[in-house]
Design a protein around this ligand. Structure first.
Ligand SMILES: [Zn+2]
Length: 208
């Protein structure tokens, strides 16, 4: 996918696989849309079939820690352990290893960056949120996502929020009718030449 030519948008789903991931995958398949899942290792372990299906259907798998601690408040070895356990769980479930890291809560510091660099991974944040976890309202989630969607945007969503999964068919249709191609994060960042340990989009006060 060439996002210099095409109007690209990346939908990203955190903390999963959630229990509604199967329904979400059905929708993405129906509309030929790709997404990125920033997976939490503990749920990869309990719902491995979803992870296998995500990889098989061409979605991107990212690492979102094992148990969702704030990486800036724990020791580097603990961060390393959180990331490694999730890499191992995804590898076991889907046969592939994540190449992108999204630190829980989007919280990162120099230590997080160094550990991410050790895994060869950039840290991926988001350009805007759907606020789905806060509103838990399908109409609001749709409205907010449409309001913040922009070319090469990265939208934060959650597949454990039922209202997000419920609204996805109509939201995907609308985004596509506005000319968006729903792509993986790696398609969006291809032109950014990110190095391991870099953060994107660059948070305020941070320098890669
Ligand atoms: Zn999260």
């Amino acid at each position: 996918m060439d996002c210099a030519q095409v109007k690209c948008l990346a939908l990203t789903f955190d903390d999963g696989p959630g229990k509604y991931a199967g329904t979400l995958l059905d929708t993405l398949k129906k509309y030929n849309a790709k997404a990125t899942f920033f997976l939490e290792g503990q749920y990869v372990k309990s719902r491995p079939a979803f992870v296998k299906r995500m990889a098989k259907e061409g979605h991107e798998l990212g690492n979102h820690s094992y148990s969702h601690p704030n990486f800036t408040t724990i020791e580097p070895d603990a961060v390393k352990n959180e990331i490694q356990k999730t890499q191992d769980a995804v590898k076991k479930a889907a046969g592939v290893e994540p190449k992108l890291l999204r630190p829980p809560y989007g919280m990162l510091d120099v230590q997080t960056s160094e550990v991410a660099a050790g895994f060869g991974m950039p840290m991926i944040l988001w350009t805007a949120g759907s606020r789905d976890w806060a509103t838990k309202n399908s109409a609001e989630i749709k409205k907010q996502t449409l309001a913040v969607a922009k070319p090469n945007g990265i939208i934060l969503m959650h597949d454990w929020v039922k209202q997000t999964v419920d609204v996805m068919p109509s939201l995907v249709k609308l985004l596509q009718s506005r000319g968006y191609t729903l792509v993986k994060v790696s398609d969006i960042i291809k032109s950014e030449n990110l190095q391991p340990g870099d953060a994107f989009p660059v948070p305020e006060g941070w320098e890669n």
